[in-house]
Structures are given as C-alpha cells and as structure tokens.
Design a protein around this ligand. Structure first.
Ligand SMILES: NC(=O)N[C@H]1NC(=O)NC1=O
Ligand SMILES: [Zn+2]
Ligand SMILES: [Zn+2]
Length: 454
C-alpha cells in the first residue's frame, strides 16, 4: 500500500469504541482501517472528511430486522430497509427468517433471500435461518449455506408459514444447533399464557390496547426464558433471547449466565423509549410483542444496560402496510399487526434517551450496538469496533445537533414510526461502509453500492 494515497481520511473526530473515547484521525485503504491516531496533513487521500465536533462510532450492527423480501416486499423490502438503516448509522444487519415468503426455513428459501439481498441491500448483511416444526432436517444445510444463526418463536409469530416451536421441536432443535456449533435466537413468550389470556380478554369483549398489553404479561416472558434456558443448559446450545421487555426478564437471563448457560439477551429501542400509556396514545403504530411496558420496566432496562446485563440492541423493525395497523372497528387492538418500524432510529434513541437523559456512557452504546453483537456472532474484530484491520464501517454523529423526526426523514417503504414528532439530540451526519459514504445528512443515500453477506 502506498501510504500517501489513502482512500479516505477522517480527521479530528472523537473516536468511540467499546473501550473508550479518544480524539484522532482514521485512514482507510482498500475498505479497511489502516491507521488510527495522528495523520500528518501532508498525507493525502482520495477523500477527506473533517470530523471536528463529530463522534465516530463503529457502524451499528442491527441483529434483528424483518425486511419481508422476497414475497412481502410491499411491506418493506431489502432496498428501502437497508437505506433506512444506513440513514441511522447502521452498516450491517441480520435479516430474520420470517415475514418474507417463502420463509428462510429451507435451503431454497435461503437461496431466494440471499439472491434478493445481493440485488438490493446497500449494507452488509447476515441471514437468519428459521427453526420451525418439521424443518429439523434442513438445519444442517442452512448452516452450510451460511446462516448467521437460527431463529424460533415460542409463541404465535403472526405468520402462518412460520409456526412456533413446540417444546419437542425446541429441544431437538437445540440439540442439532449445538451440534452444528450455531446459535438459536428465541422470541421468548409463552404460547400457552399469551393465547389463553388473549382468548379470555376477547371473550369478555375487552379488546383495547391496554387489554392487549395485559394479555402478554412479563411473566409470560419469564416462563418462556426459564424453559429455554433449561433446555440450553441440558443441550449446550448457544441461546440469544431477543427483545426482552423488562429488567425482570434480563435478571432471569443473568441468573442462567451465572450458572454457565451460554445465553445472551437483546432489547429493542422501543422498550427503552415507550410505555403502555404511550401504546394507548399512539395506537397500532406502537403495537409489538412483547408489548410496551410500564415506566418501571423501562427504567429497569436502562439499569440493566448500565450494569452490562443487556448484551445488545436490535431494532426488531417489523413493518406492515399501514392499513394493517389501523383497527377496523376502532376497538379490536388484537387484530392489528404487531411490529414496530424502528430500523432508522436505534442510535437516536440510545443517544437521546440513554446518553443525554440517563447518562449512559457512549462506550456502552458502542458496546451494545456494535462490539457485543459482532463478538456474539463471530464477526469481531473485523466488524463492531474501530481498530487497524477492521472494516471501515463507521457512523459519524453530531451529538449537539437536535432535530424533530418528521415523516419525510424516513426511508421506509411506509413512512410510519412511533417516533415521528419526537425530538432527538444526536444526528447521524455520515454512514460509512467499507470506507465509502453510503449516507450523508443533506445528501441522502448512495444507492450505487451493494453490501456483502458476512
Ligand atoms: N412476525 C413478526 O415480525 N413479529 C415481531 N413483531 C413484534 O412486535 N414482535 C415480533 O416478534
Ligand atoms: Zn419476536
Ligand atoms: Zn422480530
């Protein structure tokens, strides 16, 4: 490499990694970071970015999105989905095996998803395989094809082609996945508890947002997490519990960790930003499963983030056409699509609600949005940090700049978000993937770049 001909130099930023913050320059050559520290102004590069006043984060890794392609591309799609992420400082995402059709539960389903991603994703991506009743024989093939891990639902997924795992499938699936050296991500809510309570509420004619939330109590998550952790302890399967909605749930996962279970936990920005009263106020746009909780649960999650008990943040971006988010008879909240559009705002929520309002250190944000997911899924230190030799995947943020999120800021296919109208401090100015600017505030998205499977 000719040292005086870097591809990119980012000068004078505050560099944030999982370990600390320091001022410095970053040089990029052939898509990788080749130097960090002071770089003489004599040194030239094809492009220079003046990062004075900006914080440079490792590009976020969003381990949890549903981009619905192929088959339900009209719900979102890999192009609009990845563009939205880019606008939010994300450089790598893992797409879930469901909400697309066919789901990624077979080798064929995987190939179709991969083709779609190759054609449309502007960011790097990993693809989840599904664990569903009847596909145990496909897991090995899926692993060979390169899935980042497997995902199963312990309760109804809302998608007919993606059935929840019965206990027997769950146990056998974990044995198989352990044997493959892979990892199982679980939507951990009890199917029995959520179904029985939903039936009971509906039978009483109680179908409001609050009734919906009450039909999916924290205990339903705790029960499912306990069962899954026991199975993991017996089978030795690596587990990743997605979208824990309360510190109470996280506590059970920490206990399992302490007795040696190989288990990690993620939460989502919406559980950190909204409450059940917000669900009542906002309606369908804020409906998700597990549901939004009361303030004490929100605060318990922030405490768990501070103590390091929450490993990572995933957006669980799960959009639908707007009509599916509006109650037809105004009262039947149960019938609406459950899923929040949040792919673009993860870093904004962590900065406004975490850093600014609750003193959450920036290093912790870098850890849970980048370093930890990279480590858990075998991508570190190539991704998830800012180090010599790492991919030059970066998010440059102006922490002081505040803005009110508008519908027109969103890159989603359907511009819906519970965050519209919210004021955020901390604006993503540049998102850089492999040393190339894919998003620049005011300029928009560069669609000429295609991501690679990790
Ligand atoms: N099918 C699907 O995307 N479900 C997701 N939506 C949600 O709110 N929770 C989920 O698991
Ligand atoms: Zn889920
Ligand atoms: Zn999900």
């Amino acid at each position: 490499m000719k040292e005086d001909c870097y591809d990119l130099i980012i000068r004078n930023g505050q560099i944030v990694t999982e370990e600390g913050i320091f001022q410095g320059d970053i040089a990029v050559h052939e898509q990788r970071i080749v130097k960090i520290g002071f770089i003489s102004t004599e040194k030239k590069a094809k492009k220079e970015i003046d990062a004075v006043g900006l914080h440079v984060f490792p590009g976020l890794i969003d381990t949890h999105v549903h981009f619905n392609e192929p088959g339900r591309t009209e719900w979102e799609g890999l192009a609009t989905g990845s563009q939205s992420l880019a606008a939010g400082g994300v450089t790598t995402f893992f797409d879930m095996p469901l909400n697309s059709s066919p789901p990624t539960t077979t080798a064929q389903g995987f190939e179709r998803k991969k083709q779609a991603a190759e054609q449309s994703s502007i960011l790097d991506y990993g693809l989840w395989g599904g664990l569903v009743p009847g596909n145990l024989d496909s897991l090995e093939h899926l692993k060979k094809l390169g899935v980042i891990g497997f995902k199963g639902f312990m309760s109804n997924s809302g998608i007919d082609e993606f059935l929840h795992v019965d206990d027997s499938t769950l146990f056998k699936g974990m044995q198989k996945i352990a044997g493959l050296g892979s990892i199982l991500a679980l939507h951990a809510e009890s199917d029995v508890i959520t179904n029985q309570l939903a039936d009971w509420y509906k039978a009483q004619g109680r179908r409001t947002a609050r009734d919906y939330a009450a039909s999916r109590p924290v205990l339903s998550e705790i029960e499912a997490v306990g069962r899954a952790a026991s199975y993991a302890e017996i089978t030795g399967c690596k587990l990743h519990i997605v979208h824990a909605s309360s510190g109470e749930v996280v506590k059970r996962i920490s206990e399992a960790k302490q007795r040696g279970v190989d288990i990690t936990v993620e939460t989502c920005p919406h559980y950190l930003a909204f409450t059940t009263p917000d669900l009542e106020r906002l309606g369908g746009v804020a409906k998700c499963a597990p549901p939004l909780r009361e303030q004490e649960h929100v605060e318990s999650l922030w405490e768990a983030l501070k103590s390091g008990e929450i490993d990572s943040i995933g957006s669980d971006h799960s959009p639908s056409p707007p009509a599916m988010k509006v109650a037809s008879d105004n009262d039947d909240f149960f019938s609406l699509w459950g899923g929040i559009s949040g792919a673009q705002t993860t870093l904004n929520v962590m900065l406004e609600e975490g850093y600014w309002r609750r003193n959450l250190p920036l290093e912790v944000i870098a850890r849970v949005t980048a370093a930890n997911p990279a480590k858990r899924f075998g991508l570190y230190p190539r991704k998830g940090t800012i180090a010599v030799g790492s991919d030059a995947d970066l998010a440059l943020v102006d922490l002081q700049s505040s803005f009110v999120l508008k519908e027109t800021d969103l890159f989603y296919r359907h511009r819906q978000s519970p965050y519209i109208g919210k004021t955020f401090r901390g604006m993503v100015m540049f998102t850089i993937l492999h040393g190339r600017v894919v998003f620049q505030k005011g300029e928009g998205i560069d669609n000429n770049f295609f991501g690679q499977m990790v």
